[in-house]
Design a protein around this ligand. Structure first.
Ligand SMILES: N[C@@H](CCC(=O)N[C@@H](CS)C(=O)NCC(=O)O)C(=O)O
Length: 214
């Protein structure tokens, strides 16, 4: 029998890796973390590129030599493999509603605020630090206005159970706070953020609690 334990290639401040860390913890899946330092460009090392050809984190090694890229695909894989606490409800419409919430973060907020986009703005387009911050806040606030309107006043994003929506929201709020976005505009988002952060799975996954946190 194989003794291989799942490995997550992660960077403490990567919100996409943070999502997977929460998922692994919620499902109580034994795993180890392999830090990939984005500031040292370790994600562009030839060896890492054989694992994740885009040169991004996260990447999940599911057994010796089988790798999965993309946080959404990884979470969906884990959800199928460990269905005990499913991340989406069985009702198709409710599941699709949650998926649309998730997609606002995954497709419309996160990609335009990513490290390589910010680097391109500053290094190639010579945008200054203030303008970079304005860019960042603009896309976060625009996305969060839509997300806030989709939430009811419940314990977590969609009711009293954690769903995929919470897994995506909490890392994105963490980033927004880091870049000093005015979160008083988003009381329901902040309520879900505070409630999730009471839970062990979220606390353990937080950037400041990672081995590679600086
Ligand atoms: N859609 C990808 C996004 C992955 C991604 O963009 N990861 C970021 C960290 S959050 C990264 O590796 N950035 C490195 C860079 O931009 O150079 C996913 O969900 O896994």
């Amino acid at each position: 029998m194989s003794t291989f334990s799942i490995k997550l290639y992660s960077y403490y401040r990567s919100s996409a890796a943070y999502r997977v860390r929460i998922g692994l913890n919620l499902k109580q899946i034994e795993h180890s973390i392999v830090p990939v330092n984005l500031l040292k460009k370790e994600h562009k090392n030839p060896d890492y590129l054989t694992k994740q050809p885009q040169g991004l984190v996260p990447c999940l090694e599911v057994d010796n030599g089988r790798f999965l890229a993309q946080s959404g695909a990884i979470l969906s894989y884990l959800d199928k493999l460990y269905p005990s606490s499913t991340l989406l409800p069985p009702a198709p419409f409710q599941a699709a509603k949650i998926q649309s919430f998730v997609d606002i973060i995954a497709c419309d907020i996160h990609p335009v605020c990513n490290l390589r986009i910010l680097n391109y703005l500053t290094v190639d387009l010579k945008v200054d630090a203030q303008q970079k911050l304005l860019w960042y806040k603009h896309w976060i606030v625009e996305g969060f206005v839509a997300l806030e309107s989709m939430l009811a006043k419940t314990q977590y994003c969609f009711g009293e159970q954690i769903t995929l929506a919470d897994i995506y929201l909490i890392p994105q709020v963490y980033n927004a706070l880091r870049f000093e976005v005015d979160m008083t505009l988003f009381p329901k988002i902040m309520q879900a953020y505070q409630n999730c952060n009471q839970l062990e799975a979220f606390i353990k996954a937080a950037p400041e609690n990672q081995l590679d946190a600086i």
